[in-house]
Each structure stands twice: as C-alpha cells, then as structure tokens.
Design a protein around this ligand. Structure first.
Ligand code: ADP
Length: 261
C-alpha cells in the first residue's frame, strides 16, 4: 500500500513537471516549425537545403507530437464516473482498435455472460483499453493476435488468483492478451514507472502504462501483467463491481411503479 502511495505521489509530481515543460516546449517548437516553413518557401524542392529543412520540420513536428502526449498525461481531466457496462465500451471501440492494429494483426473479443456493471469514467476506460492494445500491437512486429476478454470474478475466487494485495470483493475483469515478445522480469518491474520505455527514440514516451496505472487506481481497481518471453503478455485489469445503493434501488422501484407523466 505504501509503495502504491509513493507511486501515485511520484506520478503527480512528474505530471506537474511534465505539464510545465511540455507547455514551454510546445511554444518553442511552434516557432521552429514556423521558421522552417518560412525557409522552405525560399527554397525549391530540388535544392540540397530543401530536404534538410524538411528534416528539421518533420522532427520538430514529431517532438510537438510527444509534447502533446505529455500535456495529455499531465492534464487533470474532470472525471465523470458513471455506471457502465464494460462489454459495451469494448464493443464500441472495436472498429477503432482494428484500424489501429492494422492488417497484420487480428483482434478477438470474448464477453462473459451477464457481466456486472462498473463505475468509471468512460473516456478514461477507453484510454486504458487503447493504450494496452497499442502496446500489444507494438509487441508483435511480425503480426499476431490480440484478445480482449471480459468476465466476472466473485469475491470467493479472488484469493485463489494469487495476485498480491487485492481486496476481497467482486470484480469485473478485462484481459488484454497478445501473442507478442513478452517481457523479462527486469522490464516487468519498471513498466508502470513514468518515462520507462524500451521503444526506440521518438516511438515511445513511457507514459502509456503509468497513465493506465493511475486510472485503474482512481477506479479502485488493480492491474497485473502476466508475461512469458517469446509467448506473449496478458494485462489483467480488475475493476470493482458496482452495486446499486439503496437510494438508487428505491428510485428505480418508484420509477417502475409511478405512471410516466
Ligand atoms: P511506451 O509504450 O511509450 O514505451 P508504456 O508505459 O506504455 O510506454 O510501456 C512501457 C514499456 O512496457 C514498453 O516500452 C514495453 O517495453 C513494455 N510493454 C508494455 N506493454 C507490453 C506488451 N504488451 N508486450 C511487451 N512489452 C510491453
């Protein structure tokens, strides 16, 4: 618990720092891109300096993309927790996800029956799923398959799962499974740290999984990686089952009885 607290404090500090730096950087990059545009106008596409200027501009654009991601990471969005059906959220994303993973990879979706509701922010939940699927794609450079699976986990079965630190409660579980490279123990230990990445420069920010971790914690859930090098990785996300309060139940009962006006 203490480690989790330290982690979330670290995330907040990094978030604030990153937000400030990203903002200033963005202004500077806008100037660099603007001036390279001006210079490009003064050269013809055949000139030797033209392609060099294009390089400057392209890389400045890439850097601007990274700072945008940093800003998104640091921004404290206003959260709107709602009672949600996870299978519906997943289904609504599949078209987008298929486009993101490309032709080389396949996406399969399997829902358990009568999945319990959860209470979370839709945008955040979507962010979690998208981040995990993008990572799965990146772990399969030669193509492979990604499976999204939802299921209910009853309180009585929690201890038997063998995951450290989970509170005894009912959960909705979503598995994000890939047939990619897998992760070594050393990598697994660092994945939730902000800025940890094994991807080449310009490809990864190392903010994806720390953002995911922050969201799952905010939702009072848990996330665990299960990974075998050369076989693949499954991220398991447990979100607490939402149980309607007495007031909600009463409101529903009244609504059912009262004639509609
Ligand atoms: P980024 O994707 O920008 O590198 P993340 O925080 O999302 O940042 O991920 C951190 C690192 O965790 C990745 O660079 C990669 O080494 C590892 N990783 C995450 N997901 C997977 C996966 N599904 N398979 C293999 N490695 C992964």
């Amino acid at each position: 618990l203490e480690a989790q607290f330290a982690q979330s404090q670290k995330m907040q500090a990094v978030g604030q720092l990153a937000g400030g730096v990203a903002h200033d950087f963005n202004n500077l990059l806008t100037a660099i891109i603007g001036f390279s545009d001006l210079l490009l106008l003064k050269h013809k596409p055949g000139d030797p300096s033209f392609s060099e200027l294009m390089q400057i501009k392209q890389n400045a654009n890439r850097a601007a993309g990274l700072t945008r991601q940093l800003l998104a990471f640091s921004r404290r969005q206003t959260l709107r927790p709602q009672v949600l059906e996870l299978p519906l959220i997943v289904d609504d994303l599949t078209v987008l996800l298929k486009r993101m993973i490309g032709e080389k990879n396949t996406l399969a979706v399997e829902h358990g029956r009568n999945i319990w509701p959860v209470r979370a922010d839709v945008v955040q939940l979507e962010q979690v799923i998208i981040n995990l699927v993008v990572n799965a794609r990146d772990a399969m450079p030669n193509g492979g398959s990604i499976t999204l699976r939802t299921s209910n986990v009853e309180q009585a079965d929690v201890a038997g799962l063998g995951f450290d630190g989970m509170a005894q409660a009912d959960y909705v579980l979503i598995d994000v499974q890939d047939t990619g490279t897998g992760m070594s123990q050393e990598v697994i230990e660092k994945i939730f740290e902000p800025f940890f990445t094994t991807k080449e420069l310009g490809k990864g920010t190392g903010l994806g999984l720390s953002t995911v971790y922050g969201i799952v914690k905010q939702t009072e859930g848990y996330i665990y990686p299960v990974s075998v090098v050369g076989i693949g990785t499954t991220f398991k996300i447990f979100l607490p089952r939402h149980v309607a309060s007495a007031t909600e139940e009463t409101a529903k009962a009244i609504a059912a009885v009262a004639p509609a006006r």
